[in-house]
Design a protein around this ligand. Structure first.
Ligand code: NAD
Length: 465
């Protein structure tokens, strides 16, 4: 018991010192110039390029993610994110003029972005590079110092990020802290200016509570049960093709994948037939490097526990030793089934049929607000209803997950699926404070606001706005 307390004290002290040193460095103003930010981003990109093969190997060792899939879903999007940041940082940093009302004549008004200070980024395991380094890039382009705590579950991936960053950057500017709950808990006791967390809603609440202690600005990127709705009269073949790839890529361990499918009863049989054809065409097999392992045995057992063998339409097979669950479709699923009680985060697709759109929307709204939602329909009035009536963080119409690949689309959740937005320009905004400024010359004063009020004076003030 004594040792535990001592360890805790030591960890707290270490984290305190780290944060204090970063704050001292931030206060030297070294990170403020565009030039500094660009140089550091270029350095990071160069390091990622130099270590590309090591990064592929590390994630392959962790959960058999192939080089191709790592390039597609993690590595190239990271390089793109850096390029966008470098290209736009000067523009984003500019003072933005806004109109000045007549009451403040003769003045000008503008908005000044400034970095928040010392950031903490906590990553999740399922896209370990992307979910750690994309927010890190946002923190850098906005001019902050950063402590990154990647997920501890993909061990080698976490280690290679540590090697790249801690081996090459000043720890007072960027530092990776590896570890699990004890390290994160010690970090969360410190005063940060920004905490960016990706993970489950349950841990999101822990992070938010810790942030409240210091009134720290927080972004939470969480999860939920993301619906995909298939209506009659859509191009079903293309819709199923797009959704099935998105559903099973990364073995369904993807926060914005379609968690379940709501399918109109008249097209359900065709949907199921097409879904099986697509799974087979995709060849989701680990031997051919087209599939990944479930991250660990705990998650393997959890996902397998959600499969009701009586409701399996396709698949339902698995290999615990290899940590593989083959793509599985469940049909005749009801909202009471285990698979509908939590975010699946694995390669299992429950299919629920509906009769009316109202019924489908009601089902979606019976869950917490999801991170993502998808509609497959060619009917513009249905599209409009979907956008207007269903709250969700981000989504797509006639596609699935691809919204994440466009840096011009803000990425984030709402309610139980999170708060705040990032990617591209939104990452800069996420890690910045925007100072609102009224800037006045001293040559002229209207005198309207000073004592000696009169009705006439108030009328003029009102008219000037
Ligand atoms: P998690 O919440 O278990 O862990 C996330 C991070 O929190 C890890 O770094 C972990 O070390 C740390 N952590 C875990 N328990 C903690 C505790 N008690 N105190 C302090 N820190 C703690 O999530 P996960 O299993 O890594 O990821 C899966 C979840 O993340 C899913 O819900 C998924 O939807 C969500 N997710 C969201 C996004 C997004 O962008 N919105 C992306 C990926 C995953």
């Amino acid at each position: 018991m004594e040792t535990v307390i001592n360890d805790e004290v030591v960890l707290d002290e270490q984290m305190k010192e780290l944060v204090e040193n970063q704050r001292k460095y931030f206060n030297t103003n070294a990170t403020l110039s565009a030039q500094f930010r660009i140089e550091q981003l270029k350095k990071l990109k160069k390091l990622l390029v130099e270590h590309e093969e090591d990064m592929h190997q590390a994630i392959y060792n962790d959960f058999s993610k192939s080089k191709y899939e790592n390039q597609l879903v993690e590595y190239y999007p990271l390089l793109d994110e850096i390029d966008v940041a470098i290209k736009n940082v000067r523009k984003w940093m500019k003072h933005k003029s806004v109109k000045t009302n007549l009451f403040n004549f003769p003045g000008k008004s503008y908005i000044v972005p400034e970095p928040l200070g010392v950031s903490l980024v906590i990553g999740a395991w399922n896209l370990p590079y992307n979910l750690s380094l994309t927010p890190l890039i946002g923190s850098m382009v906005a001019g902050n110092t950063t402590i990154l705590k990647p997920s501890e579950l993909p061990v080698e991936t976490s280690a290679i990020m540590t090697k790249i960053i801690n081996g090459n950057f000043d720890p007072n500017y960027l530092k990776v802290v590896e570890g699990a709950i004890p390290e994160t808990t010690a970090l969360l006791k410190q005063r940060f200016d920004k905490i960016f967390f990706t993970g489950s809603p349950m841990v999101g609440k822990i992070v938010n509570r810790a942030a409240a202690e210091h009134l720290t600005n927080v972004t939470l990127e969480l999860g939920g049960k993301n619906p995909s709705i298939f209506t009659k009269g859509s191009n079903l073949k293309m819709s199923v093709k797009r959704m099935i790839w998105a559903r099973f890529v990364n073995s369904g361990q993807f926060c914005i994948t379609a968690d379940y499918a709501l399918v109109h009863k008249d097209i359900k049989e065709e949907f199921l037939t097409l879904a099986v054809e697509e799974i087979e065409k995709n060849d989701f097999s680990i031997e051919n490097d087209n599939f990944v392992q479930i991250i660990n045995e705990r998650n393997f057992d959890r996902v397998v526990g959600l499969i009701d063998p009586e409701k399996v339409y396709y698949g339902g097979t698995y290999d615990r030793e290899k940590r593989i669950i083959n793509p599985t479709i469940m049909h005749n699923v009801s909202l009471e089934d285990a698979v509908m009680q939590e975010e699946i985060f694995g390669p299992v697709l429950p299919v629920i049929e509906y009769e009316t759109l109202d019924e489908a929307f009601e089902i979606v709204k019976s869950f917490e607000k999801p991170l993502a939602a998808y509609l497959f329909s060619s009917d513009s009035s249905i599209k409009e209803r979907f956008l207007k009536e269903i709250p969700f963080g981000n989504g797509a119409i006639n596609d699935c997950v691809m919204q994440i690949s466009n840096p011009n689309i803000p990425f984030g959740g709402v309610g139980n699926s999170g708060m705040g937005r990032y990617h591209g320009k939104y990452s800069f905004e996420c890690f910045s404070n925007f100072k609102g400024i009224l800037d006045k010359p001293t040559s002229l004063e209207t005198n309207l606001k000073y004592y000696g009020y009169s009705e006439k004076q108030l009328k003029v003030i009102k008219a000037l706005g």
